[in-house]
Write a protein that binds this ligand. Structure first.
Ligand SMILES: [Zn+2]
Length: 132
């Protein structure tokens, strides 16, 4: 992808705008889990029974540790959408970071040194087509 810097900046600004809309995001992920209570008379003791559930588990990493919490049904939707927003948040941050890296790389190329402009036969590989 060889976008112009102007286009990259526009894309980045759009990603920043998207970020600002994701204020209610939650880090981590949610998973459905099934568990067995251990009572021999319970249905979950039967072979092939998946157990009790689904139980919604919110898992996140904090200071290098995995933290998991059971999500009550009444807040399940909020946590699900918050976690979805959190994943979009990370995607936007990644995109902004990548774009800024490209822009920073381009900033490292000083035109006067990399190839003088306007000397006619530069040979720097730039095809501008402003001949005549
Ligand atoms: Zn059981």
């Amino acid at each position: 992808m060889r976008w112009s810097s102007k286009r990259l900046v526009a894309r980045r600004d759009e990603a920043v705008r998207q970020l600002s809309l994701l204020g209610d995001f939650i880090p981590g992920s949610v998973n459905e889990t099934w568990s067995k209570c251990g009572k021999p008379t319970c249905h979950c003791a039967g072979e092939g029974d998946p157990g009790h559930g689904p139980r919604l588990l919110w898992v996140r990493y904090e200071k290098g540790k995995t933290v998991s919490r059971t999500v009550p049904k009444r807040v399940a939707e909020r946590v699900r959408s918050g976690v979805g927003a959190g994943q979009r948040f990370l995607e936007q941050v990644r995109e902004i970071s990548e774009i800024n890296a490209v822009l920073a790389e381009r900033g490292l190329v000083v035109p006067g040194i990399a190839g003088r402009e306007g000397t006619g036969s530069g040979g720097s590989g730039q095809k501008r087509g402003s001949r005549g």
